[in-house]
Design a protein around this ligand. Structure first.
Ligand SMILES: [Zn+2]
Length: 465
């Protein structure tokens, strides 16, 4: 960890605390009506005296507490398993300005672990219910809910937070968030302005495994720097799924993606829910039929659950430990009293307990945070399909549905775009053309947009002979 930059970051924040404290004196103090004697004693013990683990520059004071209570603004992304715990942990640690974003509504299958929800809440937005619960239970705490996708909020929204905590189960959403925070960084003459850094704390659990990590965007390894740590999610080509299945997964994918929307077995507009046993049973039966048709064996109930199975499996540690670890990191950074986790902790309780902390390193040519345009090496005779395949299968890029544009003969041209059906149809013939036939030249820039990042990524096309 770059200690100097972290110190600068702390200094910037400390100044804000001083400004605020001065303002409070002028205003005659804020004086929350809901305070009572000794309410924050458990927090003061960490902030008003030093200890063996405090940051070397830490000076015990009463200012840190007022910063945490009055100014510090935290964004929690996800109000599911991790999010419920996180909100409770943060609110009890003295963070009172919290926003929470979640696009989901409560399902009955969530109630076993997402403890802020009750049977009467089923069908309501998770963010709204979680915020109401915390606000009514913890006096003075103000949780603001956003029943939205993270992609529906813009940079002005994200810029207002001191720290962002992610409790997401999707790699794509994590990468998008990572890209958003990187886009907020300000460089002056190539030097990063520490005031523009919003730390990202990311927690994830999968079955009996979990991880917590602290990212200072632009300073320490970002999500994309360590993309190789995530298993690549296999995307099967649509034509294979639709007409030439060879694997049991192809049959299951066919039922999930094509048959469900076509047959609407549980009524029009009902989305397939991987947590609902009746839905999965339907998928399982239809997948078996499809597999039998093509003489494919190996379709199982477990496979029919798709990726969802991983997220249903909850343990004491994955549900409690990781949100707690993330909330502790928020506390350490918000109070500046302790050095944050450096920077990646993994946890595993498959065979007894195992935890390990290591420093994930920044990748010099990271496509997200290095600010170095990446080179793409292809022969002029390579097809656009080859470029597309590279973008989606390369372990360091793992894009989902890249849209490629380039300036050809002075005109901005969409070479391929998947997300809009009419444009996909129009640009599909380009995939079988060579780069030369498309009018591309060596050294040319290709702009690629993808769901994994809010920013368009620039690549330089290098022709190999
Ligand atoms: Zn990076």
């Amino acid at each position: 960890m770059n200690l100097l930059l972290f110190s600068l970051f702390r200094e910037k924040k400390r100044r804000r605390v001083v400004e605020l404290t001065e303002k409070m004196v002028v205003d005659g103090g804020s004086g929350h009506a809901c305070e009572w004697e000794g309410r924050w004693n458990h927090i003061k013990k960490f902030l008003e005296r030093s200890g063996p683990f405090t940051h070397p520059d830490f000076e015990p004071s009463t200012e840190s507490l007022s910063f945490m209570l009055e100014t510090c603004k935290i964004l929690v992304i996800g109000a599911g398993g991790l999010g419920c715990e996180l909100l409770k942990d943060l609110a009890l640690s003295g963070i009172r300005n919290i926003h929470v974003v979640d696009m989901d509504t409560i399902d009955v299958s969530n109630l076993n672990r997402q403890f802020l929800f009750r049977p009467k809440d089923v069908g309501r937005p998770k963010a709204d219910v979680a915020a109401d619960f915390i606000n009514s239970r913890i006096p003075g705490c103000c949780v603001v809910p956003h029943f939205k996708k993270i992609q529906d909020l813009d940079e002005t929204f994200y810029r207002q937070f001191h720290i962002i905590v992610c409790g997401l189960d999707s790699v794509v959403a994590r990468r998008w968030m990572n890209g958003m925070l990187l886009s907020l960084l300000v460089y002056e003459d190539g030097v990063l302005d520490p005031g523009s850094i919003i730390p990202l704390i990311d927690g994830g659990t999968e079955g009996f495994k979990g991880n917590a990590r602290v990212i200072f965007p632009g300073m320490t390894a970002c999500i994309d720097c360590t993309l190789e740590l995530y298993p690549p999610q296999i995307n099967f080509p649509m034509c294979t799924i639709a007409s030439m299945p060879r694997l049991p997964e192809h049959c299951i994918e066919y039922v999930w993606m094509l048959l469900w929307p076509k047959e609407s077995p549980f009524g029009a507009g009902v989305a397939l829910d991987g947590d609902d046993p009746e839905h999965i049973q339907w998928v399982y039966q239809r997948s078996l039929e499809r597999a039998a048709e093509f003489n494919i064996t190996g379709v199982t109930y477990r496979l029919s659950q798709g990726e969802q199975i991983l997220w249903m499996c909850v343990t004491f540690f994955s549900v409690l430990l990781f949100p707690a670890a993330c909330a502790t990191e928020v506390f350490k950074i918000a109070s500046s009293a302790y050095m944050p986790l450096n920077n990646y902790m993994v946890f595993n309780d498959i065979d007894s307990l195992y935890t390990y902390t290591f420093e994930a390193e920044r990748k010099e040519n990271c496509s997200a945070c290095s600010q170095i345009p990446m080179d793409l090496h292809f022969a002029p005779s390579s097809k656009l399909q080859d470029v597309l395949d590279y973008l989606t299968t390369s372990a360091s890029l793992q894009m989902k549905s890249p849209a490629i544009t380039a300036t050809v003969e002075g005109k901005n041209k969409t070479l391929y775009l998947q997300s809009v059906a009419s444009i996909e149809q129009r640009t599909r013939p380009n995939l079988s053309k060579t780069l030369k036939e498309l009018g591309l030249t060596g050294g040319q820039e290709l702009a690629v947009a993808d769901v994994t990042t809010p920013q368009t990524m620039l690549f330089r096309l290098c022709f190999t002979s």
